[in-house]
Design a protein around this ligand. Structure first.
Ligand SMILES: NC(=O)c1ccc[n+]([C@@H]2O[C@H](COP(=O)([O-])OP(=O)(O)OC[C@H]3O[C@@H](n4cnc5c(N)ncnc54)[C@H](O)[C@@H]3O)[C@@H](O)[C@H]2O)c1
Ligand SMILES: O=P(O)(O)OC[C@H](O)CO
Length: 347
């Protein structure tokens, strides 16, 4: 059994810490807020983020980073994208031994377009961890924390690291596959949040299942279009971290992105919603990053563009839907379909 530190005691960090604990590991759950750590250790609950979930007595919360990572074999970063750089900067001051470094964060940084593993590599010397592992897939904390069956993928260009991650997390309720396409997995995990905002908007406007199915399907087409243009494997987008995560985030009542879209369509302001949510809604910042990236690379991403305009330019959601429906006519298939077709023909 191993010692593992989970950095970030929000809903997902807590759920992942519970999985590691179930597997017999000594888990340290780190939060930057001393009072938060005290509350968790006193009540054995993390009610700020997960309602009515009892944590094991020996799953201990820490606010001292040095103590939390002492002699751990693995560190799992489960923070909002915005917090990745500052926490890695703190880690740089105190991490002195080699670890497997895993992250469960889904976002892209606006302006720089950096993915989470790239931000980690910019902030933390690689000799401490080698290659980063990404843990991603259709997985809501609310279900994982009550042991509902869940599948994810552990992705790294270093297969030994992804297998180590698979061994740490895998159990009869939490199935972990391995993958090597870090670029595709990180892009799929981040970009699906934008489409989930759109699904929430569509439901909030009172549109039906036809509209949501169209959003998810055409959303996947534009995610794959950007992803393959950047060099990702097109097959990744039809896997767990692509279509799988897109489905769960666009349809689940647990989704923070879907809920945000739903409230936006009902007329609440973005500021009010984010205040009320109390948890990170990654699709908002990522919509900005993806819109900028699509503009720079001249990639057609009409749904992402529409969501960006609703979020940042106060565009009317109904008008955005009308614009999407009346775009000039075109074939359904594009270069991504041709790449997939070629892949299957070559088999
Ligand atoms: N919640 C889920 O079901 C789920 C599932 C899969 C992936 N994710 C991803 O995991 C990441 C974290 O999501 P979450 O839902 O756990 O978020 P959350 O909002 O529930 O919790 C985030 C945690 O990070 C802490 N934090 C914020 N800023 C910080 C900083 N500067 N320094 C240190 N700590 C800081 C907060 O205090 C909080 O404890 C996101 O990228 C999300 O997309 C979430
Ligand atoms: O609740 P959301 O919308 O932040 O999505 C959480 C996860 O990414 C779902 O896999």
């Amino acid at each position: 059994m191993e010692k593992v530190a989970v950095l970030g005691a929000g809903s997902w960090g807590t759920a992942l810490a519970m999985v590691l604990h179930q597997n017999g590991h000594e888990v340290r759950l780190w939060t930057h807020d001393e009072d938060h750590a005290k509350r968790i250790n006193k009540t054995h609950q993390n009610s700020d983020y997960l309602n009515n979930i009892q944590l094991p007595q020996d799953l201990v919360a820490y606010s001292d980073l040095t103590k939390a990572i002492d002699q751990v074999s693995a560190i799992v970063l489960v923070l909002p994208t915005k917090a990745i750089r500052p926490v890695c900067q703190q880690l740089k001051g105190v991490l002195t031994h080699q670890v497997t470094l895993i992250h469960g964060t889904k976002g892209i940084e606006p302006d720089t377009f950096k993915r989470v593993s790239e931000m980690i590599e910019e902030e933390l010397p690689k000799d401490l961890y080698g290659e980063v592992v990404v843990l991603s897939g259709p997985s809501h904390a609310e279900e994982v924390s009550v042991f509902q069956p869940t599948t994810v993928s552990a992705t790294s260009s270093d297969v030994a690291k992804s297998v180590h991650t698979q061994d740490l997390f895998m159990n009869e309720r939490f199935r972990v596959y391995t993958n090597q396409d870090v670029l595709g997995v990180e892009l799929g995990g981040a970009l699906k949040n934008i489409i989930a905002l759109g699904a929430g908007i569509s439901d909030g406007l009172g549109y039906g299942d036809n509209a949501k199915a169209a959003l998810v399907t055409r959303g996947l087409a534009e995610i794959a279009r950007l992803g393959t243009a950047m060099g990702a494997d097109p097959l990744t987008f039809v896997g767990l971290t692509g279509i799988g995560d897109l489905i769960v985030t666009s349809t689940s009542i647990h989704s923070r992105n879907w809920k945000t879209g739903h409230m936006l369509a009902k007329g609440e302001s973005l500021e009010e919603i984010l205040d009320k949510m109390g948890m990170v809604v990654e699709g908002v910042r990522t919509a900005k990053a993806a819109y900028q990236l699509a503009e720079e690379r001249k990639i057609e991403m009409p749904i992402t563009t529409g969501i960006y305009k609703i979020l940042f330019e106060k565009a009317d959601p109904r008008e955005v839907v009308d614009q999407l429906m009346t775009r000039s006519k075109r074939p359904e298939t594009d270069e991504v379909h041709h790449m997939l077709k070629k892949h299957y023909n070559d088999q």
